[in-house]
Write a new protein. Structure first.
Length: 239
């Protein structure tokens, strides 16, 4: 939307408020009541750019910030947004390289029953060995993966890594007396469960995992992989 010259920031804000209020009103369409959300970004000439393409790009940056802030609102472009957008774009590119370049890894930590000291399982924690920032916790890059569409590739990588762990570390979950074997747990984003983009890979992993688990069962080993997501537990186990 192009607002006529002479409209200052206050006028643009007033217009944005009116637009948001109007657009979020429920509407009737073919006997259905529909509701939409909206997010608006505002850039000002000449403060935010001296050309149409630059102003549009900056307004777009502000719009995405409004979305992140909760939708049904507007945001003015700021230089801080531009810096954050550049940082995010750089990190996204680096994460794509990390997926292909072997920079991701799983770190395992034991789960112990405090009362008895008995090991209950191993939790697999996703880490990124960043070339310049060191070892990053999942919280530093999983939200970015969710927003950029990389979460599916990331989740499939975790599934593959867990499958390889089941194959290559048959002794990793054994307890001291060798009689009871705690479970191995990995946290998988629900978006991975919903995706169809990696159906072939997931089918391959499922078949391979079941084969590994059956072999473990014959060896009297108990393994369990759980995809733990809020209100959406998925469990595969062999006893």
């Amino acid at each position: 939307m192009l607002v006529l010259p002479g409209v200052e920031a206050d006028g643009a804000a007033h217009l944005a408020e009116k637009l948001v209020a109007r657009l979020v009103e429920p509407m009737r369409l073919a006997a259905q009541t529909l509701s939409i959300s909206c997010s608006l970004g505002i850039s000002l000439f000449p403060a935010d750019g001296d050309g149409a393409s630059e102003l549009i790009a900056h307004a777009d940056t502000a719009m995405y910030q409004a979305k992140q802030d909760g939708r049904n609102r507007y945001q003015f472009f700021t230089e801080a947004m531009q810096r954050e957008a550049l940082r995010t774009m750089t990190l996204e590119h680096q994460l794509r390289q990390a997926l292909a370049g072997g920079e991701l890894c799983l770190r395992y930590q034991p789960q112990i029953e405090l009362a008895s000291g008995r090991p209950l399982g191993l939790e697999a924690l996703l880490r990124w060995s960043h070339p310049s920032r060191g070892l990053l916790d999942a919280g530093a890059f999983v939200p970015l993966a969710e927003n950029s569409g990389l979460i599916q590739d990331l989740g499939v990588w975790v599934l593959r890594a867990l499958t390889i762990s089941l194959r290559d570390r048959p002794h990793a979950t054994a307890t001291a007396n060798g009689r009871r074997h705690p479970k191995q747990v990995g946290n998988i984003n629900p978006l991975v469960i919903d995706t169809t983009d990696h159906a072939d890979a997931l089918q391959f992993l499922n078949e391979r995992l079941l084969g590994n688990l059956r072999r473990c069962k014959r060896q009297r080993v108990r393994r369990q992989i759980e995809a733990l997501v809020i209100n959406f537990p998925i469990s595969l186990s062999v006893r």
